[in-house]
Design a protein around this ligand. Structure first.
Ligand code: ARG
Length: 567
């Protein structure tokens, strides 16, 4: 049952104010002692020309409400506080849960709609940095969430595999490639070559000119250049895939920038026909002043070369045609905000159906860095995300070392990686973050391992009981304690949480919710003997534990975190 609607309807009858408006004001009080739902009467003060307290008293006196649904209504400081009847809450929640069981929370609201999630998108021959880790983790979670809600979901890794730097790398590789053993840390070595050739270019104008010519050849599809570029790409992907494997991240497509490079003329000519293109110092630009963006978007350099924006525009055309998407999300750092605004604005001139350009959305995230001095990059060597993951895994292994666990390596991996993932999703994505591994691995903190631990505990309770009672045999009047009610309310709210997280593209809504559920379960577990002498009491408690297990497991899955068998 939608309690909010029920309450809104009853208030609407007394006040004659539209139910929808009322419903939008109904809130869930932070402090439980203020009831399960609250209505702030000051919201109606202007409309009804009365003081909030009077409005509250008037509603309280005249409201018609079924006491089997709402057991109590209180007036506190101009608020109306509503208390849901325990049995009703339990019945509603269990019925809803029982219809889905292991699939609890899944829905088909996305049926018939397609969402593209573009995420990760590292640059070939350059290190996969901590910012790339963040887009990978956020994007993976959104990908799973949309799928869970029934959308046709496409995950794209828009690889940064194009640009003048590859010409330099080719020139460098020609000179010093045979000095390196690429079977280990290939990206470090490519980065080293890149540094050397850059230094040489600075000293020697002739070398720079050679690089320019090589880029021209590369653009024209010279086989030797393409062969080397493929090699760089292959070496880089070996390293990226190691990280993706550890994180359990998959993509439906790795179509990167290079595949759009030869559409530059097509894009430029479409845009020229709109009359929006002007020239500036030999480059072609689209002025965006009239749509409120003061910096124009460059679509072609003075030397005629394709650039980042043109390749993104070509990608939009391709995605519209290939996937007929309803939404296309770009999980990209906030530093590219202006850039993406420009691209989305220029996309409106490509002659695409409005559906496609309206569906473009930047899912931005804040800066992320490591604490001062920690694992900082050694000179000439970049900080590696792989090292961070390895460190998380080995620290987890230390923690579980003395526990009675069969496959410690597997569990250490699940816990270490889970800790890193959760830490990246713990707070609102737009916040800047200092990544603290020690904090992330605190088994008693608001962390991934804490939630994993509570999930494992739900499992062991059920295992110990040896059965899950059937939901229609439960005696719901046995649910009387506050911690059970709190858990039920949270479980009841799972669906809303998922929808909210999807509408805001904000996985942290799920992660914070899971902390609440895990903490509520911990209290429930400490305050109640689950395996009790009273069989009816035991049955309801086991069932609540079972529902908690599914909510935690499904929630963790949506963040991209695995549940260990034991911890
Ligand atoms: N490769 C870029 C980088 O690492 C991110 C790509 C973002 N996506 C896009 N469609 N431009 O900075």
């Amino acid at each position: 049952m939608d309690f909010k609607s029920y309450i809104a309807e009853a208030i609407s009858k007394v006040t004659n104010i539209d139910k929808k408006e009322i419903k939008s004001y109904v809130e869930i009080p932070k402090d439980e002692t203020n009831g399960d739902f609250a209505f702030p009467c000051f919201r109606l003060a202007k409309e009804l020309k009365q003081a909030p307290v009077n409005i509250a008293n008037n509603i309280k006196d005249n409201i018609e409400i079924d006491s089997n649904i709402i057991s109590k209504v209180d007036v506190v400081n101009g608020f109306l506080n509503f208390y849901i009847a325990n049995e009703c809450l339990a019945k509603e929640t269990i019925q809803k849960f029982d219809a889905q069981k292991e699939d609890y929370g899944k829905s088909n609201i996305g049926e018939g709609k397609t969402v593209i999630v573009e995420y990760s998108s590292p640059n070939i021959a350059k290190p996969f940095h901590i910012g790339h880790l963040k887009t990978t983790i956020i994007g993976n979670s959104l990908y799973k969430l949309y799928k869970f809600l029934g959308y046709n979901t496409i995950g794209i890794n828009h690889l940064g595999d194009y640009g003048t730097q590859f010409a330099k790398l080719i020139e460098g590789y020609k000179r010093w490639g045979n000095e390196y053993d690429f079977s280990t840390d290939p990206i470090d070595k490519l980065a080293d070559i890149y540094k050397r050739i850059n230094a040489l270019c600075e000293d020697d104008e002739k070398v720079l000119e050679e690089c320019r010519e090589t880029f021209k050849k590369f653009e024209d599809g010279d086989p030797y250049c393409i062969e080397l570029w493929n090699k760089f790409k292959e070496l880089s992907l070996i390293e990226f895939n190691k990280i993706y494997d550890l994180l359990g991240v998959k993509f439906d497509s790795y179509k990167g920038e290079a595949s759009y490079a030869n559409q530059r003329q097509e894009i430029v000519s479409i845009l020229e026909k709109t009359g929006k293109v002007t020239e500036s110092q030999g480059a072609k630009i689209v002025d965006l002043e009239d749509v409120g963006i003061s910096t124009p978007c460059i679509i072609q350099k003075a030397n005629g070369a394709s650039i980042y924006a043109t390749r993104d525009l070509a990608a939009i055309m391709y995605r519209a045609k290939t996937y007929d998407y309803d939404k296309c999300l770009y999980v990209v750092g906030e530093e590219q905000s202006l850039y993406l605004k420009q691209v989305f604005a220029v996309a409106k001139y490509l002659g695409l159906d409005e559906k496609y350009t309206n569906g473009l959305e930047h899912v931005s995230y804040g800066m992320i860095r490591l604490p001062e001095g920690k694992m900082s990059s050694r000179k000439g060597n970049f900080f590696k995300v792989q090292d961070l993951l390895d460190e998380a895994i080995s620290k987890s292994k230390e923690i579980i070392q003395d526990r009675d666990i069969e496959d410690k390596d597997l569990v250490a991996k699940q816990v270490g990686v889970g800790a890193v993932i959760f830490e990246d999703l713990a707070e609102s994505r737009t916040k800047n973050q200092v990544f603290d591994l020690k904090e992330a691995l605190n088994f008693n903190g608001e962390t991934g391992p804490y939630i994993q631990y509570m999930t494992v505990r739900t499992n062991s309770v059920i295992e110990k009981a040896g059965y899950i009672p059937s939901s229609n045999s439960l005696n719901l009047s046995k649910i009387t304690d506050r911690s059970s009610i709190k858990l039920l309310k949270l479980i009841d709210n799972f669906e809303n949480i998922l929808l909210d997280a999807m509408h805001k593209n904000e996985p942290s809504i799920i992660s914070r919710y899971l902390i609440d559920v895990a903490q509520a379960f911990s209290t429930f577990y400490n305050e109640n003997k689950i395996l009790s002498e009273d069989k009816e009491e035991q049955d309801v408690r086991i069932y609540i534990t079972y529902m908690t297990k599914i909510v935690l497991t499904n929630g963790l899955h949506l963040l991209g975190i695995e549940v260990p068998k034991k911890m």
